[in-house]
Design a protein around this ligand. Structure first.
Ligand SMILES: [Zn+2]
Length: 285
């Protein structure tokens, strides 16, 4: 499935199709995966960037069927902006996460927040919407962003994971809105569920999701251990810590890696394990 063409819908299982948006980047992998749920009436999850060709491709995939809801996991610009054009074209309501108006201090140009996102209905954890033969249940999963929701499709045992869990890469957690402690808790939350398959917004479906989530929790604990070992050897600043932790990383991803290190340091500081003085971090006495 790695060579999926842009703009052509692919039926993944009876209730789920996906369509790739034309926004590949080092942060989005091949681009944003839009998911269409249902057969006679549809939900469109994470409509993606507001690109006229992409909106036209979504309308071709919808093929005149009623759209019950345009569903949004979070308001990064590669996920929600097309919701307006699609709502105008179909009359469907925009449903999902709460709006967030923040200046993004992070390095991801494509991760800045969609300030114009205007939902008709905000779903809280456990609330649901439905159509013919399908239900989507919101699963609050803050961490990547504070407003992030996953959506469960109980009829298929599937979970649409947005940017919370992706098969191709770990999620970027960029403070101040990104929160490592919340992200770890949201990974734990998925471990308590028994979803059969995850459909992330970037990358291929994840067919053994529990194993992946356990691996991601382990990966973050490993990163935390690395930071503690480095600080145990002496006080340091974030660029120096990142350099030692992410050997051989694509230079374009280095600023994002520094944000993740900062997210870990804030978590460790809040737990009383490290302290900061200006740009220098050290073990708490
Ligand atoms: Zn995102």
């Amino acid at each position: 499935m790695a060579d999926q063409p842009t703009g052509v819908p692919e039926q993944l299982e009876p209730l789920v199709a996906r369509l790739l948006a034309p926004n590949p980047s080092p942060f989005t992998n091949t681009g944003t995966q839009v998911h269409l749920v249902g057969t006679t009436d549809l939900a469109v999850i994470d409509p993606g960037p507001d690109d006229p060709d992409h909106v036209a491709a979504m309308l071709r995939a919808i093929d005149g069927r009623p759209v019950a809801a345009i569903v949004v996991t979070h308001t990064h610009r590669d996920h929600s902006p097309a919701s307006r054009a699609l709502a105008r074209a179909t009359g469907a309501p925009i449903v999902g996460c709460a709006p967030l108006v923040l200046d993004d201090l992070g390095p991801r140009a494509d991760a800045s927040f969609d300030r114009d996102y205007a939902p008709d209905l905000i779903l809280a954890d456990g609330e649901s919407i439905g159509g013919q033969g399908w239900t989507l249940v919101a699963v609050a999963t803050p961490g990547h962003t504070s407003n992030h929701l996953c959506f469960a499709l109980p009829e298929a045992g599937a979970l649409f994971t947005g940017d919370h869990v992706m098969g191709w890469s770990t999620s970027i957690v960029s403070p101040p809105d990104g929160d490592m402690a919340a992200y770890m808790a949201s990974l734990d939350k998925l471990l308590q569920r028994d979803d059969r398959i995850y459909y992330p917004a970037h990358g291929d479906p994840v067919e053994r999701p529990q194993r992946l989530v356990r691996g991601m929790l382990g990966h973050r604990k490993q990163r935390e251990g690395q930071i503690l070992r480095l600080l145990g050897a002496g006080a340091s600043d974030i660029p120096a810590i990142t350099e030692k932790m992410y050997v051989g990383l694509d230079r374009r991803l280095l600023p994002a890696a520094e944000r993740s290190v900062l997210a870990h340091l804030i978590d460790l500081r809040d737990r009383g394990i490290v302290t900061e003085a200006g740009t220098i971090w050290e073990m708490a006495a």
